[in-house]
Design a protein around this ligand. Sequence first.
Ligand SMILES: Nc1ncnc2c1ncn2[C@@H]1O[C@H](COP(=O)(O)OP(=O)(O)OP(=O)(O)O)[C@@H](O)[C@H]1O
Ligand SMILES: [Mg+2]
Length: 251
Amino acid sequence: MGIKMETKNLSIYYKNYKALNSVSLPIKENAVTALIGPSGCGKTTFLRSLNRMIEVIEGARIEGNVLLDGKNIYDPEVDPVELRKKVGMVFQKPNPFPMSIFDNVAYGPRIHGVKKKPLLEEIVEKSLKAAALWDEVKDRLYESALGLSGGQQQRLVIARVLAVEPQVILMDEPASALDPISTAKLEDLIEQLKEKYTIVIVTHNMQQAARISDYTAFFLNGELVEYDETRIIFTTPKEKRTEDYITGRFG
Ligand SMILES: Nc1ncnc2c1ncn2[C@@H]1O[C@H](COP(=O)(O)OP(=O)(O)OP(=O)(O)O)[C@@H](O)[C@H]1O
Ligand SMILES: [Mg+2]
């Protein structure tokens, strides 16, 4: 499998605090990579470095490289807005905009210049179908997105990301606010999405990481301790610290 993204000796500082220490990690194409590790170990920081959401934080500084298709995304000629179109992000708490379901999904395409209603309708339908939400909302597209359940809102946010045709989707604990049924739906969806997209997901749920990911990276105190195929990380990790964490003996 090809490498879609890659970090090379990536370090990130918040003012004087070093939150990530020289992390080199490949992100394989059309696969799900899970980031695991205890609270504060740098998972969100790492994720936000992949679409330059780190530089919007005052005092944050980055060293090293992040490559997308072999090109450094921090090169001065790279437009962060264009980059974030290619590398979309889904957050822990569903964050639909206070507007209709239709307008939420059409938001990105409109910003990028799509104006014609028939084309927008086509994009909205396709994205909602891909996010496994279409059947539940097709009769209420012009109602407020805030009236959807949490699980539906999270799939709507995914539809909103898909509408701008990204290549990579970053998800930061996307199921942590969802009930078990919505979580199962989201996991099925992620399984389907990896056929077309490259996915990086942060999760605190070890079973979830084992179920849905192909590769797993274990972080501790800002360092990448171990990276391997998920089945190896969860059966025969090389590092004692990884084993302690996945078996719950950590702390
Ligand atoms: N904006 C910020 N300013 C200063 N320090 C920060 C900032 N964001 C994160 N940090 C610090 O960087 C470290 C890594 O934080 P990060 O949010 O990446 O951890 P995490 O692994 O995502 O944790 P969690 O599992 O709790 O979400 C923590 O010590 C945190 O306090
Ligand atoms: Mg986090």
